[in-house]
Design a protein around this ligand. Sequence first.
Ligand code: SIN
Length: 428
Amino acid sequence: MRREFFDVLIIGAGAAGLNCALHLPERMQAFVVCKGGLKESDSFLAQGGICVLRDEGDAQGYFEDTMRAGHYENDPDTVRCMIAHSRETIEELISFGVRFARGEDGGLAYTREGAHSRPRIVFHADCTGKEITSHLLRAAQRRTNLALRPYTTMVDLLFAADGACLGAALRDNRSGEVFLAYAGNTVLATGGVGGLFAHSTNYRILTGDGVGAALAHGVAADHLDYVQFHPTTLYTQKRGRRFLISESVRGEGAQLLNGAGERFVDELLPRDVVTAAIREQMRREGSDHVMLDLRTVRGGAHTLMQHFPGIVRRCRQEGFDVFSAPIPVVPAQHYFMGGVKSDLSGRTGAPHLYAVGETCCNGVHGRNRLASNSLLEALIFARRAAADIAKGARASGWVQWDYTQKQLAALVRARRERVKRETHHEGK
Ligand code: SIN
């Protein structure tokens, strides 16, 4: 079996994986792989924006909003760390060339989403994720110490007898070849779990691979039942990924209506509360959707065209004119707050294994993520993981292990046995 050696292996090329790669010292050779194309990550899909601490006067308000949305199950130190590093993160993105909407005075413009006590979200029209992640991707493609390999799936993680991670077995999806990538440090950035749900805003290829592999090797994970449903995705009977109608549409004044055309919930309550209210309304009416009226957005057609051109276009393609009538919406799976247990530097329970972005659970989101905290969290803690890796500096030369096909087969057999034993045990 072919073997490759790297200082760092990063599994996943969304905002977290790329930002981790970009913050590694250039002397470190990193291999960044992803299951689909390089642009097939949920980071590209994020519409609403990215939160930032506007001024010191908002530190307590931002903290409180994040904690309240998370039902106070968040780790307060992790939340404080994210907020404290938010401003420099936005400034760094701007230095990468990322463009955010500006107000008349040339300063950053801020929008609002559910559960935010004030507007503190910077945005690029309704495609903030694409604007940010495409710049990170371009920067990564220019770096000579980073090798980016799309269409490559993690088959399993490799561990030494002492529990330290050694890298991963990977499959080239196009040729079918399985090969071993050994690394001084391995970073799980495989995204969320939406592909496991019938209705989700996520790419279908996102099936919780990082969490699954970690769990299979006894690496601790937390809150696997903390799954967020976004209240408003465009209703359709077609199969496949659900199209998000950004919460910032409601932040700017769009209203949820029942079958009688009446409002039934405060649209800016936390996501889990609004989702529950919509479900209750659907149950009462025996309906499979409710309506969202975008005609009440402040600034009317002008705002819709300026701030939400992608949403207007997509609705038109699906046969809905947002300027003349409400559109049908329904909640769908959107985000995973649980994941591989990690600390403020992305370290997991296994030496030399890190987890960042939606794959990890560092406690920042609690039970329910506050809108537009996901990109920020992914960028900050991925950068911190890179700093930690650079500090530890376990390079590829460190790898003494050399798996033969026989040893690998033994590993796979042991894993199968263990799964069998655990299933048997659970069945009792
Ligand atoms: C949205 O635009 O509603 C999604 C943003 C997020 O998930 O935070």
